[in-house]
Design a protein around this ligand. Sequence first.
Ligand code: GDP
Ligand code: IMO
Ligand code: MG
Length: 420
Amino acid sequence: MVDVLLGLQWGDEGKGKIVDYFAPKYDIIARFQGGPNAGHTLYVNGQKMVLHQIPSGIFHQHIINIIGNGVVLDPVTLKRECDAVAAYGIDVRKNLFISQRTNLIVPTHRALDKASELQKGDAKIGSTLKGIGPAYMDKTGRNALRVGDILSPSFDAQYKELRTKHQTLLNNFNFTEDISAAEQEFFDAIEFLRTLNIINCEYFINKSLAEGKKVLAEGAQGSMLDIDFGTFPFVTSSNTISAGVCTGLGVSPKQINEVLGVTKAYCTRVGGGPFPTELNDATGEELRRIGSEFGATTGRPRRCGWIDLVALKFACMINGVTQLIMTKADVLDSFETLNVCTAYKINGQEHTEVPFQMSGVDIDPVWKSFSGWKIDSTSIKDAGSLPETMTTYIDFINKYVGAPVKYVSNGPGREQIVAI
Ligand code: GDP
Ligand code: IMO
Ligand code: MG
């Protein structure tokens, strides 16, 4: 049985914390897409830790953590992360497994990402510049190097061939930055990667499932950043939705059980692109300040706004969400009034469906207002103690999107979560 946990907005919904909370219920936690563009925050012994490529179950030594074939893996970042995890006494050689089919991010992918963004100028995506787009382009372009290749004696030659292809592209961009230091670091990290568990992942997972083991697939980014269904072209380059689990791990759709969708009680986005409910005012700043809304990977300030139910309902539909988890409810504790967006007004007409093209379109949110709860919710432990104003807010969201909120997270700590 495979449960899926993923973000329903534009990323940073608090997936890391929630995976860490649910981890003890599972035997295996697996990342199925994305790469070091992700930044998943969790707290270990009270200390903040941000994971980029390693699944958020890594701090449970007995749980197997898998980096699946759908991920694009940067060995340099991975080595750094493994060192950071080892400082907590975790031996990644025991509980981290990497698919031999996982595609590699090479230094020229990062250079190409940067060159492409520079060329786009004001129209840039706002990429994390981790080489994600170019790495997935090499996958679909059938040029990529995969983790299994590092075990072959011809790896250096394969690398050189790809490097030469990339150099032509970089020349076209007039990109002249020296990347030799990054290349040295890459080869050191490849040496390290050779010492980790590289597996035939699809067989490993399916065998584990046949033995009755429980798998949690951990999404990165969010559904509105999905390459097919997000706010294209301001998206990432992978399928972030539940369908990505099957191709990203090699499991059948029949194995998918619960789809746990994580949403903030409000909304954020980092990078460029449409964000209909964005608040470019004091309220937006207040959300950023109280919610500490700064990127876990790039440190960039996150754009903030009210929850967008049009987009959330769409995300629930394409993912088949069975349970909602609402995070950062405590961030709304001090607000007098809360707004939720129930429709988009475009050219004077109200729409409740996400339009094909949102970029460059004037979208006016239609708001419904709620009274805030105006109490400190951070120490609430049971559903019965939630203020009525909060349950009214949650009930409305349940009904609108057609999926039940089953958990409310009321602080960053592992224990700050209320089951409903
Ligand atoms: P992810 O990428 O979805 O894992 O989310 P990030 O880690 O990038 O961003 C979520 C941020 O919110 C992190 O700093 C978390 O520690 C924090 N966080 C998660 N849940 C809660 C919550 O319920 N309340 C508050 N105040 N912070 C939370
Ligand atoms: P987690 O897993 C928030 C955004 C970038 C940019 C766009 C494309 O922590 O939720 P890319 O580097 O993929 O080429 O960037 O996607 N983005 C994220 N935003 N959280 C993330 O991951 C993100 N990963 C990518 O800011 O707008
Ligand atoms: Mg994040």
